[in-house]
Design a protein around this ligand. Structure first.
Ligand code: ZN
Ligand code: ZN
Length: 114
């Protein structure tokens, strides 16, 4: 079943940098690359030209802003029966419609017609 956290993409917004990929100190224009989502390096630059120069030389690599989804381990899919069935039960209790994909799994794997 498709992971409900990342909606199947396998990636979630980096909570460390809130998806920006870096942190910036507005006082002195210091950039900190977010390590959590793949960045590296820190740079302190006191003028706009020196920031641009450093950026063009690739001295700081900003993070992507995305990290691997921990619930599905980046696959975008959940194979855990327990989690799957819980989510179905929850949906049924809340009288929500099941996705076609979920109906297919119930039908094929559990011989259930809902
Ligand atoms: Zn996921
Ligand atoms: Zn990040």
């Amino acid at each position: 079943m498709v992971c409900d956290i990342c909606k199947g993409s396998g990636k979630v917004v980096c909570s460390n940098c809130e998806g920006k990929g870096y942190f910036m100190d507005r006082m002195d224009y210091t950039y900190y690359a977010c390590l959590a989502c793949g960045g590296s390096g820190t740079g302190s630059y006191y003028s706009i030209p020196s920031i641009l120069k450093a950026a063009s030389k690739g001295e700081i690599k900003f993070g992507s802003g995305w990290v691997k989804c921990s619930k599905c381990n980046g696959t975008g899919l959940l194979s855990n029966d327990y989690e799957f069935l819980l989510s179905i039960i929850k949906k049924l209790l809340e009288k929500k419609e099941l996705l076609q994909e979920e109906i297919n799994i119930l039908r094929n794997k559990y011989n259930l017609m809902l």
